[in-house]
Design a protein around this ligand. Structure first.
Ligand code: UDP
Length: 257
């Protein structure tokens, strides 16, 4: 088990890495001090997606910190006798923004709709008035605009970059920047939408009952297909028979799904 606040133990759920640490904030700060890296917030849906998508699997494998965000992953770790608390990515991301303000970090935000990004920038000016926001860009740019956006982002030398492009794009985009990055880079999914007041988080009692997924489904019914991964995840954990990662399957089988 992890012993000190900054120490973490890398283990696996269905073969996908996840770090067990006493304090995810301390672990993220330790990663920052050691030169930075990618932070991934793993849930059951992403675990199943990583088994089917080699690029996502490789991004998670290379990440500096993978936190258990999602009661499914916490439950699966419990079955390995690893007792961990769920660490919602949205909470770690916000506490990193607070740290960024305290320590004078240079911060960049990428992703979400133009309206959400505009509202978020305004709200951050109110809520974290000393935050050094050195770069921001919405996530619906024309494909041709991305290389220049990436150049400007890297020139801005951010210490913390929060990326809201959805899974798997945010993880693979961050990983694709490779050695050109420094600082902490974290995929935050729908966090900008929540901070801008466009979406709500599930009420606390639903978290306690481990049914946040139901709230999400009611808010975004179009997600039902993606959510079929949840029973598949539970079955794979219970049966001890995880699907083979796509990289280990013959090409014909992979294309057949
Ligand atoms: N998004 C984006 N560009 C895209 C697709 C999505 O910026 O081309 C944003 C979207 O507006 C939202 C976030 O990515 O703010 C994805 O949120 P979601 O809750 O779907 O994240 P996930 O569940 O995939 O982590």
């Amino acid at each position: 088990m992890a012993t000190s606040a900054t120490e973490s133990l890398r283990t696996r759920v269905l073969g996908v890495p996840v770090d067990v640490c006493a304090d995810v904030q301390a672990a993220a700060l330790a990663l920052s001090r050691s030169g930075g890296g990618q932070i991934v917030t793993l849930n059951a849906e992403m675990t199943m997606a990583a088994l089917a998508d080699p690029a996502l699997g490789a991004a998670i494998e290379a990440a500096g910190l993978v936190i258990p965000d999602g009661s499914g992953v916490v439950w699966a770790l419990g079955r390995q006798h690893l007792r961990v608390r769920r660490s919602p990515g949205i909470e770690l991301a916000w506490s990193l923004l607070e740290t960024a303000q305290q320590l004078g970090w240079r911060v960049a935000l990428v992703g979400a709709s133009p309206a959400v990004m505009e509202t978020l920038v305004e709200r951050l000016k109110q809520q974290l008035p000393r935050l050094q926001l050195v770069f921001h860009a919405h996530g619906y740019q024309h494909a041709d605009a991305w290389p220049e956006l990436e150049r400007q982002l890297l020139v801005a030398r951010p210490d913390l970059v929060l990326v809201a492009l959805g899974v798997p794009r945010q993880e693979t985009w961050i990983a694709g920047l490779g050695q050109r990055r420094s600082g902490l880079w974290m995929g935050v999914g729908g966090s900008f939408d929540v901070w801008a007041g466009v979406k709500q988080r599930a009420p606390h009692w639903m978290g306690t009952l481990q049914i946040e997924w139901l709230y999400r489904l009611l808010q975004e019914p179009q997600r039902w297909r993606r959510m079929l991964a949840l029973p598949a995840f539970a079955w794979a954990v219970l049966s001890g028979n995880p699907p083979r990662p796509a990289t280990q399957r013959p090409a014909a089988e992979r294309t057949a799904g």
